[in-house]
Design a protein around this ligand. Structure first.
Ligand code: ATP
Ligand code: FE
Length: 355
């Protein structure tokens, strides 16, 4: 089974080919055309610019993905495409392109939830069996899910305001560090003292798996302004310490809430599920270490995909499409682009002939 996947929901245009041989998935190609320079001057992704760039680049990405895989469309079994959630203009570019390919080459079309792509990645990289506890933590999302099947996710809790990736980006902006913020904050934090500034751990005093990150941003802003008021500016060491304090707070909240998600699962089941993480923030080394510790305490395993498969990519979309397609799900030509699409919402219109 060989699937071509398309991704265009944010600021990366992606196309990839994933093949399943026996039970072993293989990424034959994974092309990502980034738009970082395009949005750099604006300090964030500009939806109109992103949409136009996706429309211009998606065909090129598809061509490159097929070339790199050494295949023609005739050797592909289905086209999978991110149908949401995301920036509508970009998602539309992908969906239109996929429909064109499906119609032109007579291939089945599979609409994929971008978040399912992230959440199913540990199965692509590590063959992780269902069920598992997934911490999906990215630029726009943060939630705990029990993954039961390719399109069966049970939400245990999540952020009530910002996503951690967004908070990392904001942190970088406040400190004058380059975007995307996650990697620059992590880099600065390496030479910082996490105990110099004590930032809050929002919602840790409350039961359950819900989280909040917006107060953390405000606390960081206050700490920064405090230093500026006192000394007239920030030294590199100040920046490093602020980043270290910020990263430690995020890692504390995410790891403690993972403990609680696990505890909640164990109220109903006797055995701890494997813990997996995905989404761009899963690239963070401190977070990975802390989650590994939580899994160790619970006597279960921890799976974190390689960094390139944690951030947006089309291989995860091809894989999620493959998982759906092989269990009989596919979409019609009326597949709609959805800016919002919660993962625990099984829309019959989108899942088509889904069982
Ligand atoms: P979503 O998947 O929710 O639509 P997105 O596609 O924008 O959001 P991803 O590509 O999954 O998000 O992840 C991008 C985010 O990950 C950015 O906010 C970035 O700052 C963050 N990130 C990347 N690397 C790191 C890191 N090493 N530490 C922390 N955050 C990171
Ligand atoms: Fe994403």
């Amino acid at each position: 089974l060989t699937i071509l996947g398309l991704e265009s929901s944010c600021d990366d245009t992606g196309a990839a080919v994933v093949r399943l041989r026996g039970n072993v998935p293989e990424i034959l190609s994974n092309i990502v055309i980034g738009q970082a320079e395009l949005h750099e001057a604006f300090g964030g992704v500009v939806p109109e610019l992103a949409a136009r760039a996706h429309a211009e680049k998606i065909d090129i990405a598809v061509e490159q993905a097929l070339d790199a895989a050494g295949l023609t469309l005739a050797q592909v079994d289905a086209v999978a495409v991110t149908a949401g959630p995301g920036l509508i203009g970009g998602v539309l570019s992908g969906v239109m392109c996929a429909k064109g390919i499906a119609a032109g080459a007579g291939l089945p079309l599979v609409g994929v939830n971008h978040l399912a792509g992230h959440a199913l990645t540990p199965r692509l990289t590590d063959g992780l069996p269902f069920p598992y506890l997934m911490l999906l933590v990215s630029g726009g999302h943060c939630q705990f899910l029990i993954a039961h099947g390719p399109d069966r996710f049970e939400r245990l809790g999540g952020t009530i305001d910002d996503a951690p990736g967004e908070a990392f980006d904001k942190c970088a902006r406040l400190l004058g560090l380059p975007q995307p913020g996650g990697p620059s904050v992590e880099k600065a934090a390496r030479n910082g003292d996490p105990s110099r500034f004590t930032l809050p751990r929002p919602l840790l005093d409350r039961p359950g798996c819900d989280m909040s990150f917006s107060g953390l941003k405000t606390a960081l802003l206050r700490a920064r302004d405090g230093i500026v008021a006192e000394k007239g500016g920030l030294t590199q060491q100040d920046r490093n310490d602020l980043c270290a304090g910020f990263q430690a707070a995020v890692a504390d909240v995410l790891s403690e809430k993972t403990r609680r998600a696990l505890a909640r699962y164990l109220e109903l089941q006797s055995e701890a599920p494997a813990i997996a993480v995905a989404g761009g923030v899963a690239a963070n080394t401190l977070l990975r270490t802390r989650l590994q510790d939580v899994a160790g305490e619970a006597g279960t395993s921890f799976v974190a995909p390689p960094l390139a498969l944690c951030t947006d990519n089309a291989a995860m979309i091809a894989w999620a499409g493959l998982e759906m397609f092989r269990t009989g799900r596919q979409s019609g030509m009326d597949l709609a682009a959805r800016p919002r699409w919660p993962l625990d919402d099984r829309s019959p219109a989108l899942l088509g002939s889904g069982k």
